[in-house]
Design a protein around this ligand. Structure first.
Ligand code: AMP
Length: 300
């Protein structure tokens, strides 16, 4: 089934212990839509400035992604995020956030996308996430992601969004920040009390923890010899997860678990290089191969 993703499309400036890159393609919607496109028909919504490289738009089109909802603001500048990682690659330190065209993003969902059954509200201003949700009347499965920046700046809007989403994806530190609980199980349960049916806590190299009233499920991250740049791992996980779920077309426990492992597989590719470089060249048989390796890794 078709999946609509709205989120940031960015130029990122990133420094890790293994190198740095300036103004490379990033953003929550970029990583997640590219990852999802391997599993299901995907549409991307977002906003960019006039500085956005046509080659970057072409990357989405080459992967069969519908970019009708990717709007260019005349005279505007693309959102820019700059971050740094120390030896602990699990936590990004944000150096600078230049919202640019994101500051005034007033999303208008094209008519042809208002019936999309699967909707992923990737990390973005929760006000803009809610505006998209208002318009996609046909959405049957809604997932949302967020981050510390929005928990700090727009907590009320975020709390108002939670009862309207089925699945919240959030990283470990942010789950603790939002809930005020240190234990992730308690944090997940507290967030469940605010509305979503399922909370998926992303734990970087420690994998993910899925908390719902019915089940607790954990998956490790795929162990890699080298991680170059964790930027976008959470978004890539979410894209693989939602893409796989939309492909399955149901929310049965087996489909959820498979989607969680697919998300983990996709994230493991993302971190092997800077920006979207590894996802660009990724092939379906490589995804299948790593999924099988994941099964061998966790079977006992
Ligand atoms: P992650 O998957 O958590 O590593 O997300 C990294 C991506 O989030 C980067 O490509 C950034 O462009 C994007 N990003 C950073 N800050 C924000 C923000 N405040 N709103 C939306 N996207 C952001």
């Amino acid at each position: 089934m078709k999946l609509l993703i709205v989120g940031s499309v960015a130029y990122d400036t990133v420094k890790t212990p293994f190198g740095e890159r300036t103004r490379v393609l990033g953003g929550s919607a970029s990583f997640s839509s590219l990852a999802a496109s391997f599993f299901t028909e995907t549409a991307l919504m977002g906003v960019v400035g006039e500085d956005f490289d046509p080659g970057d738009r072409a990357l989405f089109v080459q992967h069969g992604i519908d970019t009708l909802g990717l709007r260019t603001v005349p005279g505007g500048k693309t959102f820019h995020w700059s971050g740094e990682y120390g030896r602990d690659l699990n936590e990004a330190k944000t150096l600078q956030t230049d919202l640019n065209v994101l500051a005034t993003f007033d999303p208008e969902v094209p008519e042809s996308l208002r019936d999309t059954p699967y909707l992923f509200l990737a990390n973005l201003d929760p006000k803009a996430q809610a505006k998209v949700l208002d318009q996609v009347k046909g959405a049957k499965v809604v997932a949302a992601d967020t981050m510390n920046f929005w928990i700090d700046q727009r907590k009320e809007d975020l709390l108002a969004l939670l009862p309207r989403v089925h699945i919240l994806l959030i990283n470990e530190a942010e789950a603790r920040q939002l809930s005020g609980e240190h234990s992730l199980v308690l944090a997940g349960r507290k967030i469940l009390g605010w509305g979503p049916k399922r909370v998926i806590i992303k734990r970087g190299e420690y994998g993910v923890l899925n908390v719902s009233s019915e089940d607790l499920f954990a998956a490790p991250a795929y162990p890699l010899e080298e991680v170059f740049d964790p930027t976008g791992a959470g978004d890539t996980f979410a894209g693989g997860f939602m893409g796989s779920l939309a492909q399955a077309g149901n929310l049965e426990p087996a489909a959820i678990r498979r989607a969680i492992v697919m998300g983990s597989v996709m994230a493991s590719f993302d971190v092997e290089s800077f920006s979207l470089d590894r996802l660009r060249s990724l092939r379906k048989d490589e995804i299948e191969g790593r999924f099988e390796a994941f099964e061998r890794l966790t079977s006992f």
